[in-house]
Design a protein. Structure first.
Length: 285
């Protein structure tokens, strides 16, 4: 089996970056099998994702490869990361009572679509324990209340450390994370929520949308930050609706949109395709 790696890199947009990366990979007997790059004219930053394979027999010398990439990064003042695309990141999924996103992710992963190891499902309710067990995934109930929030988050952080978790997916987890936990999970926690214009917050957003005669409904997957539901957006999905549809029909459509947007965001993050660009993301696909 041919040895593969994926390199993502971001830096100021200056001449010679692509040539330097290509030359470095050639020196390590690497051939490029997929390459995506983007130059942001507004921020004058350059973003690159390269998947490369070793020519001939043997495996990459990761120590030497990463040392040379680090030297190249110093030259261009770049941020970078190298991963093995075959490696399966360890993931915790967090959920409350709504099952659709959790069930969708677990099913997709069970048929080989997601390429992650779900090491646990964490919930502040007991409702979805049976669903989780059907996929053979450990279920952890961590009760949360205003009085126990600090203790609950400390228990979650301990679980993240014990299970050596790479990233977290909030699959309709209906609790606001504290600023401290957001810092712990910075760049490695993905959330999903309904996304409609105008923005309907609070209880029963689809009823509000129905009462206002909304023509489009949608879903947004984004990274978690201390600014509630305002983290860098990874993916969105929308559907056109009309006056003949009931509130329940909007809910059904909305659930499907949430599942699709979240699955794509998780997959792109796992494939090392998402790079932060200030308050935005660049998705190199």
């Amino acid at each position: 089996m041919t040895d593969h790696r994926v390199l993502t890199l971001s830096c100021a947009d200056v001449p010679g970056i692509v040539h330097a990366v290509s030359s470095l990979l050639l020196e390590h007997s690497g051939t490029i099998v997929e390459s995506r790059q983007f130059g942001d004219t507004e921020t004058e930053k350059f973003f690159m994702r390269v998947q490369f394979a070793r020519t001939g027999h043997g495996r990459f010398d990761d120590v030497a490869l990463e040392a040379d990439i680090d030297a190249l990064a110093d030259r261009f003042c770049a941020s970078w990361r190298v991963v093995d695309p075959v490696a399966r990141p360890r993931v915790i999924i967090m959920v409350s009572r709504l099952a659709h996103c959790l069930n969708d992710l677990l099913f997709r992963n069970s048929v080989g679509e997601m390429g992650i190891d779900v090491v646990a499902v964490v919930s502040n309710h007991l409702d979805l324990g049976a669903l989780t067990s059907r996929y053979g995934v450990p279920f952890h109930h961590i009760s949360v209340s205003p009085d126990t929030k600090e203790t609950a988050e400390a228990e979650l952080v301990q679980l993240l450390e014990e299970r050596n978790v790479d990233f977290v997916v909030l699959a309709r987890y209906m609790q606001v994370l504290t600023d401290d936990l957001c810092k712990v999970l910075e760049g490695r926690a993905i959330n999903i929520h309904h996304s409609m214009l105008p923005s309907f917050k609070g209880a029963r957003p689809y009823r509000q949308a129905h009462e206002r005669g909304v023509k489009l409904i949608g879903a947004t997957a984004h990274y978690v930050t201390a600014d509630l539901d305002e983290g860098p957006i990874i993916e969105q999905d929308v559907a056109r609706i009309d006056h003949s549809m009931t509130e329940q029909e909007l809910i059904v459509i909305g659930r499907d949109l949430e599942c699709r947007a979240l699955a794509r965001a998780v997959r792109w993050h796992r494939e090392n395709r998402v790079v932060l660009n200030g308050t935005k993301t660049v998705v190199l696909r």
